[in-house]
Structures are given as C-alpha cells and as structure tokens.
Design a protein around this ligand. Structure first.
Ligand SMILES: Nc1ncnc2c1ncn2[C@@H]1O[C@H](COP(=O)(O)OP(=O)(O)OP(=O)(O)O)[C@@H](O)[C@H]1O
Ligand SMILES: [Mg+2]
Length: 369
C-alpha cells in the first residue's frame, strides 16, 4: 500500500487586508443610510466584489459601525463583514443584543460593502475551481465524491450504527490536519462530539499509515464535547474565532441529530425540534460559505416499517435536513469490514456507489488489503 495519498494539494486563497474605516453610529432611516451615508464613507474603489477579496474583511471595517457594536458582533462570532452580510436582522438582535434598526443598518452596509448580488456563471466556475477537496482515505470514495469532501458545503454521512460514519470523520480529520508532505492539508479541524465517541487513539493509528508524526495532527484538531442541543449550537456559534485563528478547513458534527432527537420527544415537540434543527443547519451552512470550510455532519437513520414500496430507511431530520445538506451519502454494511457508500443527493455528482474498508489503519480501498 502506498504511504502517501495521491490527491493533489489544495489551492490556497490569498486573504485581502484593508484598513478599518470607523465612524460614529447615527440614527437615520435605512434608505438614507444606504443611498447617502454609505457611499460617502465607502469609496467605490474599496467595494470588493470578489469573494477572495472580501473573505478576510473585519466587521470593524463596516461603514458607520461603532466600536461597541463591532465588539458585540465579534464576541458573538460575527467576525467578518461577510458573516454580517449573510445574517438576518432577527438573528443579530437575538445573538448580539443589539436593536433591530441597528441590525438592519449594519447588515445593509455589510451587504453593500461585499457587493452581494448577481455573479456570472464564469465567476462561479472560477470560484469553484479554488475549492478544497478533502480526501476520505479511499480512492473509490474520493471518486464517488468527485475528488473528496468539498469545502464551502455541508456533507452528510448517514447510516445505521457501525456503518463507519465516525471512522470517516476521523479519517477526514487526519487528512486535513496532517502536514502537506504526508498528503494532508496542514490545516485546523473543529470536531463537535455529541456522543462522546471521539477517540484520539484512532487518529494516532491513522497517522501511522502515512508515516506521519501524530503529535502535530492531534494539536490541530480542536474537540468540543457537546452535552445537549443548546451546547452544540453554542459551540458552533463560537467557532468563527477558532476557524480564523487556527486556519480551520474542516468542521465535523458527529452527530447532527442525536441531541435533538433525545430532547424533543413525541409529536407535540416535533415542530419545535425541526425549527431548532433548521436554525442549527443554517448556522452550519453559513460557516461553510463565509469561512470557506468543509462542514461534515453524521446522521443516524430511522426505519419506517409501514413503507411497502421503495426505501424504508431514512436519515433523521426529514425535509429540513434533506434540503440543507449539499451532498448526502448513505452508508450500509457489506460483508466483513466492507462498507458501501451511496450518493443519495448532490447538485453535481451522480447517484452511484463505492465500496470501502474500515481497517485499523483507517478508511481504505479493497485493493489496499
Ligand atoms: N481500530 C479499529 N480497527 C478496525 N476497525 C475498527 C477500529 N475501530 C473501529 N472499527 C470499526 O468501525 C466500525 C464502527 O464504525 P463507526 O464508529 O464509524 O460507526 P458509526 O457509523 O459512527 O456508528 P454509530 O451510529 O453507532 O455512531 C465497527 O465495525 C468497528 O469494528
Ligand atoms: Mg458514530
């Protein structure tokens, strides 16, 4: 078996830096703010439309934002202009304890600054060419995923118990955190562990396969043990600081739905559960988009015995999870250590299958044995 993974190293974006342009916050209506005040404080040449250029702009550079509001935003995880531009007023009111009018104003200013609007398909294609693909450790699984787990998107691995969801997450951690010379991305990882199943020993074993020293890999993986759904949401809400400081490229949630399922039982609680889960999924999608990271979530499945025709096993979370995940992979057991992965939803890859192996060394191909 080869000591190195054969995927090419990922392309890295160049962050854009600009000076802060703070002014005092004023009490005026939104329209005047957008049409008169912002253009005055925002010279045309400083309005950056390329996502590469704007990904690093700090909230303090939003025109007209006061230091107190900037501080409130940053302390609650809204660190970049892009994060504010993607937020809703209600969300900022709830999370940052600022007034609704202020929230609306700064969101408008942020949107104007980053130039949210239409893009040509050519620009989107160019942006997509810079996406990172994280190797799963198996060539067959990478091929299924058109190169690996993609940044800027939410990938779900669902399946019954022992199908390899957690093992795939461990392998993705290793492939992200390992030094480039061993085939990794030399980047940080955030791992939200909701079931207490994170095992650093497995990370060490998986590093051995590539002959990579495990100490630095372990240092780059930041694990948060979430004890309930609120805690899980807070950990994710607070992750932007860590994402920027530790050059995080992968955020893992293992598992997405276990706390929601345990806490909201019975039909009466279903609506509340789905609403909260929806908010959480939107947090994840926004992180993927704003910070250009790969978000991977595991999910258990539910058997529906009353289904007579077609599929009788479904990932938990219903339509809300189905619509939020960019790519959905369903795992099932094969003979012995074999596992079968099937694409059940993706905007760009066909619904095909791949076989992989779970071994002490990690996620492998059949021919590696
Ligand atoms: N060190 C190891 N060597 C070989 N196989 C291992 C090792 N550790 C775990 N496995 C295998 O991995 C499988 C468990 O996979 P995993 O923990 O990813 O399941 P899961 O899909 O996350 O399940 P759950 O829904 O219970 O969380 C088991 O079949 C187990 O034998
Ligand atoms: Mg698991």
């Amino acid at each position: 078996m080869s000591k190195k993974d054969s995927l090419p190293p990922a392309k890295k974006k160049q962050p854009f830096k600009r000076k802060s342009t703070q002014t005092a916050e004023s009490q005026i209506d939104d329209e005047k703010w957008i049409n008169e005040i912002i253009p005055k404080h925002q010279p045309k040449k400083e309005i950056k439309k390329s996502k590469e250029d704007i990904s690093d702009l700090s909230v303090s550079s939003i025109s007209g934002i006061g230091p107190a509001v900037a501080e409130k935003l940053m302390s609650t995880g809204y660190i970049t202009v892009l994060a504010v531009a993607h937020a809703s007023p209600l969300e900022l009111v709830e999370n940052c304890e600022i007034g609704e009018q202020t929230a609306k104003r700064i969101i408008s200013a942020a949107r104007l600054q980053v130039g949210i609007g239409f893009q040509s398909a050519k620009e989107i294609l160019k942006e997509r060419e810079t996406l990172i693909k994280i190797s799963t450790g198996s060539k067959a699984l990478n091929t299924l995923l058109a190169g690996g787990v993609e940044s800027n998107s939410l990938t779900e691995f669902s399946g019954e118990f022992r199908t390899g969801k957690t093992q795939i997450c461990f392998q993705l951690c290793v492939m992200t955190a390992m030094d480039k010379k061993y085939g990794g991305l030399e980047s940080g990882v955030i791992y939200v562990d909701t079931e207490g199943t994170f095992r650093p020993e497995r990370i060490v074993q998986m590093c051995d396969r590539f002959g990579a020293p495990s100490e630095e890999v372990l240092n780059r993986i930041h694990v948060g043990r979430a004890y309930n759904s609120d805690h899980q949401m807070v950990l994710v809400l607070e992750s932007p600081k860590l994402i920027r400081e530790k050059n995080v490229k992968l955020l893992v949630i293992d598992s997405l739905t276990s706390h929601f399922r345990a806490e909201f039982t019975g039909r009466g609680a279903l609506l509340e559960r789905q609403q909260k889960l929806n908010r959480f999924l939107h947090q994840l999608l926004r992180l993927a988009d704003v910070y250009d990271i790969a978000v991977v979530a595991t999910n258990q499945v539910l058997a529906k015995p009353d289904v007579l025709y077609g599929e009788s096993i479904f990932p938990i979370g219903g339509n809300i999870v189905a619509h939020s995940c960019t790519t959905r992979i369903y795992l099932r057991k094969g003979k012995a250590d074999k596992r079968i992965a099937r694409v059940i939803d993706s905007p760009h890859i066909p619904e095909t299958e791949a076989v992989f192996i779970i071994s002490p060394e990690g996620i492998l191909d059949i021919e590696d044995l």
